[in-house]
Design a protein around this ligand. Structure first.
Ligand SMILES: C[C@H](O)CC(=O)SCCNC(=O)CCNC(=O)[C@H](O)C(C)(C)COP(=O)(O)OP(=O)(O)OC[C@H]1O[C@@H](n2cnc3c(N)ncnc32)[C@H](O)[C@@H]1OP(=O)(O)O
Length: 745
């Protein structure tokens, strides 16, 4: 159990060093804030203290306010668990605002002066990271000295809230309105080097020198060699009112486009503006009010849930909690240099893992190597990777055309086409050429792993490493285990996932695994609706308005119809009872259409403009409708946008319930993360199960039941959903009984 403390040491130089210790990230809790106040008061009372340095133990200043406190507020609805005390700590105690605000609040000041007299300058010694409340605390100090490469940022908007410890006021005063708005709206941290350039940081000192430099700076303030700056009182970086308001106007327009359906972006800009119009103190008061309102919003509930859900995926029962140590994976061989194989190779080499890429001939090999180079170049061009890092990554790559290098690789990832005999052949060969402890992974997205490994005696080291395309960009890694996969192999792949900065989710073996399986009804529902007479472009619009980046038909355009058809067949075989068979995709292919790749999709794609609906697809849809003949009375059904949304998403929720009930995932929150990272379900809705619980199991069940009676078994609700609806239980609540014997984990 980590010890949470705030300590103070006073040196012979008269500098008190107050240190926060709450490993691993020194997050701020209400208790820590109270303890800090106590230490500051003590320092003020002591006659031997001339100045104060505030720092964090363990090489990290602070990761911000404790997000789990937000979750407490979400459960209780009581905002007193949020950081109230902090206002007093930063404004009154550290920054000493009231002391210097003069006659205006004279009476009050005198009283406070007596209670928390503060005449010492405070310097923040910042290392590792200062995020959210951590950076806000540092900005309340009179100067900030940072170690090199320290991350500085205000990521609160990603949690559905705004900075609540003065960040909306002090950041614009330190770095200017334009940079502050950029950092706030995009929650993008900067490094201390840029922080120094922007004026957020006063000086940089090496890690070893940090405390000494901070003490000296603090003494410099006492001796008036350095300025004693209260950032809340500064106005020099704000610029003219009209300029600031122009920036905010543009930022609002941008926020409406890039962050629709979320309240915190516009609210944050309003709070920044309040401070510009009426002064920093007024801005702080508004910030406190708005922060409290936002913490109770559905967006904040969803995003805080997702924050922890994402970190929970790496905690796998009986794998990560049984004392196993991960083995070091240094060399990986990849079979297949197509889009997937080259994307996976790119992700590995960028994390310093050596890769041998194998292809069947030199032409394909060259193509794969070129794709990897292009992937890296793309990242360099977009500024995601430096030129040096890109070069170094490419030096970790070697193309091969046979198995001679495979004898001492730690892992092989097969990424060839979805062909069962081919994969079986490859795995029997791998068993012969690789060492007996080499991990044998496949990137299949649908095929049963037991079938792939059927002809080997290595079932214990066969595992699925299902990446999402493009693999070097998409953050999700679905790790598929069978009942025979050894815990050590699962742990090793989890560790590789973390090293290459993916969010790994361990799932059981079934058709489509967790992600594709949950979303197969979402790809079929739109066809059902279109055959019932609903306009396809309206369907896409409804989904976009809900928050997915593109609708299901545009998604099919991107993937190509052949791929969709092949996947549809797999699902139809595995789950015939809840498959909707539509002739539409085959008709499209028959008409020479294959989506974006051949320029014949549901949309027309022209460089530089948004995709436009293609009217030439409508006669094909009409043909499909006539063949299906399912419109009641031959007339298109009449549905609201809400019904369209629900008819598309509830079947996916139903499948997610089955995935959960069958033990394909360990917990509902894994499906939330999978849906957000694998299928672009809007994060601010918390993921598919979280969202479903906000809608309510009863409404989902009764709707599906009604539609199944009218439109057929595609909508048939599962037993799990029915049980939860009858009991009034959330879908995400853990099962009350012991784990099922059919669990796939
Ligand atoms: C009032 C204020 O304005 C409001 C705020 O300050 S809101 C908080 C603002 N701060 C943030 O958003 C930072 C959130 N944290 C992060 O982004 C990442 O943890 C990080 C980039 C700092 C570090 O990443 P990384 O090194 O990969 O460590 P990571 O696994 O994420 O975190 C380590 C542990 O700390 C926990 N943690 C991290 N930040 C936390 C926070 N702010 N509150 C509570 N727990 C936190 C994680 O849940 C994890 O716990 P676990 O080991 O039990 O799973």
């Amino acid at each position: 159990m980590a010890v949470t403390v705030v300590t103070m040491e006073v040196g012979n130089d008269g500098v008190a060093v107050i240190s926060i210790s709450n490993p691993p990230l020194n997050v701020l809790t209400v208790a820590i804030i109270a303890a800090m106040k106590e230490k500051f008061s003590e320092a003020t009372r002591r006659s031997d203290v001339k100045a104060i340095v505030l720092t964090g133990k363990g090489g990290r200043f602070s990761g911000g306010f404790d997000i789990s406190a937000f979750q407490k507020v979400h459960k209780s609805g009581d905002v007193s668990d949020s950081p109230n005390e902090s206002f007093d700590l930063i404004v009154n105690t550290i920054e000493g605002f009231l002391l210097y605000s003069g006659i205006r609040v004279l009476l009050q000041s005198v009283v406070l002066y007596v209670i928390v007299k503060i005449a010492e300058p405070v310097v923040a010694a910042v290392e590792g990271l200062a995020l959210g409340g951590g950076l806000e605390l540092a900005m309340g100090c009179h100067a900030r000295i940072a170690a090199p490469k320290t991350q500085l940022g205000l990521p609160e908007l990603t949690l559905g809230v705004i900075p609540g410890l003065g960040g909306t006021q002090r950041l614009p005063r330190l770095v200017g309105v334009s940079k502050a708005v950029e950092m706030l709206l995009f929650s993008k941290p900067i490094m201390s080097e840029e922080g120094k350039f922007q004026g957020l940081i006063d000086d940089i000192a090496s890690s070893e020198e940090l405390l000494r430099a901070s003490r000296l700076w603090a003494l410099g303030i006492v001796e008036r060699r350095k300025p004693w700056v209260r950032s809340l009182h500064r106005t020099d970086k704000i610029g003219s009112l009209s300029e600031a308001q122009g920036l905010l106007r543009n930022a609002r327009e941008q926020a409406k486009r890039t962050a629709p359906n979320m309240p915190q972006h516009l609210a944050c800009l309003d709070v920044v503006e309040e401070g510009i119009l009426h002064g920093g103190y007024a801005g702080l008061l508004k910030e406190a009010t708005v922060a409290k309102e936002l913490v109770l919003s559905n967006t904040s509930k969803a995003l805080a849930h997702l924050f922890f859900a994402q970190r929970t995926t790496a905690k796998v029962p009986n794998i990560t909690d049984v004392g196993l140590k991960p083995r070091h994976v240094k060399k990986v061989a990849i079979i297949g240099g197509g889009i997937m194989g080259s994307g996976i190779a790119t992700a590995l080499i960028l994390s310093n893992i050596s890769v041998f890429l194998k292809e069947i001939n030199s032409e394909y090999l060259l193509k794969g190597m070129k794709t990897i180079e292009a992937n890296i170049q793309g990242l360099v061009t977009r500024g995601k990777v430096t030129q040096d890092k890109g070069q170094k990554a490419l030096s970790m790559l070697k193309g091969v055309s046979d198995y001679s290098e495979f004898k001492d690789v730690d892992m092989v990832i097969e990424a060839v086409i979805e062909d069962v005999p081919l994969k079986q052949k490859i795995f029997t060969e791998l068993e012969k050429v690789c060492s007996s402890c080499c991990i044998l992974a496949t990137n299949t997205s649908t095929i049963d792993l037991n079938v792939i490994g059927e002809k080997t005696n290595s079932q214990d080291r066969i595992i699925g490493a299902h990446f999402f395309s493009p693999a070097h960009v998409m953050p999700l890694l679905e790790i598929v285990r069978t009942e025979k996969t050894s815990p050590q192999v699962i742990l090793d792949l989890l560790t590789v996932g973390k090293i290459i900065k993916k969010v790994p989710i361990v799932v059981g073996n079934c058709t489509g695994f967790a992600v594709n399986r949950t979303f197969f009804p979402y790809m079929q529902g739109p066809h059902l609706l279109v055959n019932l007479g609903v306009d396809l472009f309206r369907i896409d619009r409804v989904i976009r308005n809900f928050g997915l980046p593109i609708g299901p038909f545009q998604l099919q355009d991107l993937g190509g119809y052949r791929l969709g058809l092949a996947a549809g067949k797999e699902f139809a075989n595995a789950f015939p009872d809840r498959t909707f068979r539509s002739p539409l995709t085959e008709l499209l292919l028959k008409n020479g259409r294959n989506g974006k790749s051949n320029g014949k999709g549901f949309y027309i794609y022209e460089k530089g403009s948004r995709p436009k609906p293609d009217p030439s697809v409508l006669p094909i849809i009409e043909e499909s409708r006539q063949l299906m003949n399912i419109m009641p009375g031959g007339k298109p059904i009449s549905v609201t946008d809400k019904e369209i949304l629900e008819m598309l998403l509830f079947p996916a929720v139903n499948e997610a319930c089955l995935v959960l009930d069958e033990g394909v995932v360990a917990r509902a929150s894994d499906l939330d993360v999978a849906s957000v990272l694998g299928m672009s379900f809007p994060s601010y809705r918390g993921g598919i199960m979280f969202w479903a619980d906000t809608v309510g199991s009863n409404h989902i069940y009764t709707s599906l039941k009604r539609w199944s009676e009218i439109y057929g078994s595609f909508f048939k609700p599962s037993r799990f959903l029915e049980e939860r609806a009858v009991k009034g239980m959330p879908l995400s609540a853990p099962a009350t009984s012991s784990p099922k014997s059919n669990s796939k984990l």
